[in-house]
Design a protein around this ligand. Structure first.
Ligand code: ADP
Ligand code: MG
Length: 408
């Protein structure tokens, strides 16, 4: 056995590829940054802040740009004695209602030991406590609610908070809310009165295209990787794969990091394109596993039905055919099947998770219907199913079909 030895052949600073790293410079977002700065300008001018609603798919720089601009704003308003700015940032991804968000905000503003318990108050009481914490701060308070879409339709706080001053709850404090959403539909399902106030300024971040991702990767690679750690074409490949799939910088950076780890553990001198391909495969498998953890047992059985159709080379196939296969799968699991409408809902969820892909077909008089197929590699899906369902025999059977049909 040999001891530990530092390995710095690929990574110079791996932390620069981690989720929590805050880049000093942001690439390719000049226009969005200009609009964002414009929306924040009233704070610098000493007026009431705008409420801002920022949306875009995951990984398009919403959080990074917001953090970057607010750091800059906080530093720059130091120059003006009549501006007292506080920023309160909250990630709402585990909070599923206005109530929970309000409790979390109160607790972020209170000293440790003085926190509210998570339940047991009427909602309006929590809001009142929140107003008194905000009022104690005075000046301008920017409240950043990141991943706000997780509160769903329990959005009362988004109505109340921007109106707190007009409604007489606040005198010393002006509140501006920045709501950030990964879900493009969230805005449309908000109560129209909430839309009116919260979306005073709307900013949209589009997905990145391949050349943009290539620049983002290049500037990050300079910090994160050693010189010559990347073979030609590697950054472009990561950028192209991520652009084709999601347009997410996070996905592109994850690919590069994982490809680097793969190269490192293979003792390669540099990251090659095949390391990127391996990394993509691993990330896909992770995505399926992550999506699958969210699925109910029947969600998993519906997915297994599609996997089974794919093993027989019978995809894309209609919902009806998936349903028949699903009934067979339920049979082998000695579980009673759900009705077809519920299975259709599961198919819609699987699409949303990116595990399935659907194409719409027109069939004249009978209207349109969808055809489903896997949107992830067959092998990843089958492996994930093997871990998630106690159906060894059925899965072995599917594996055999797949081998016979050269799907595997
Ligand atoms: P979102 O909040 O939209 O899901 P993030 O802001 O978290 O996305 O960005 C995902 C990752 O990509 C982060 O590591 C971030 O630093 C990086 N990133 C996103 N956009 C840029 C950019 N324009 N320039 C440099 N890095 C970026
Ligand atoms: Mg984010």
């Amino acid at each position: 056995m040999t001891g530990f030895e530092r390995n710095r052949s690929i990574f110079a600073n791996k932390d620069a590829l981690s989720e929590s790293y805050q880049p000093d410079e942001l690439e390719e977002r000049d226009e969005e940054i200009a609009d964002y700065m414009d929306a924040l300008q009233p704070i610098v001018d000493g007026w009431e802040p705008n409420n801002i609603f920022l949306y875009g798919n995951t990984g398009v720089g919403k959080t990074a740009v917001t953090e970057y601009l607010l750091r800059m704003l906080e530093a720059d308003v130091e120059a003006y004695d009549d501006v007292a700015l506080s920023v309160l940032t909250l990630n709402c991804n585990t909070l599923t209602s206005s109530y929970q968000v309000a409790i979390a905000m109160v607790n972020a503003l209170r000293d440790p030991g003085d926190e509210l318990s998570a339940t047991g108050y009427p909602q309006q009481t929590v809001f009142t406590k929140l107003y008194s914490e905000l009022e104690a701060l005075g000046g301008t308070v920017l409240v950043v609610l990141d991943e706000i879409d997780s509160i769903g339709d329990r959005d009362e706080l988004l109505y109340e908070l921007p109106r707190a001053r007009a409604n007489g709850y606040l005198e010393q404090t002006s509140v501006g809310v920045i709501g950030i959403s990964n879900d493009l539909q969230f805005r449309d399902q908000l109560d129209p009165r909430v839309q009116d106030t919260l979306c005073e300024r709307e900013l949209q971040f589009p997905p990145y295209e391949a050349p943009e991702l290539a620049n983002i990767l290049a500037s990050r690679a300079k910090i994160a990787l050693t010189d010559d750690a990347c073979a030609d074409g590697v950054l472009n490949l990561c950028a192209a794969l991520a652009a084709r799939d999601s347009g997410s910088a996070r996905q592109a950076l994850d690919l590069l990091r994982l490809a680097g780890e793969t190269a490192e553990s293979a003792d390669a001198e540099a990251i090659e394109e095949h390391h990127v391909e391996d990394a993509r495969h691993k990330l896909n498998a992770e995505r399926v596993e992550e999506g699958m953890r969210e699925l109910t047992v029947h969600g998993k059985l519906v997915l297994l039905a599609v996997v089974s159709k794919e093993a027989q080379q019978k995809t894309p196939c209609r919902g009806r055919d998936v349903y028949e296969e699903y009934q067979r799968v339920c049979d082998s699991a000695t579980t009673s099947p759900l009705v077809q409408r519920s299975v259709n809902n599961h198919l819609a969820d699987l699409r949303m998770f990116g595990i399935l892909k659907a194409t719409e077909n027109r069939s004249g008089s009978r209207g349109n219907y969808h055809s489903y197929e896997l949107n992830v590699p067959f092998r990843s899906a089958l492996e994930a199913m093997g871990d998630a369902l106690p159906l060894a025999e059925t899965i072995e059977q599917i594996r055999k079909y797949a081998k016979r049909n050269n799907v595997l």
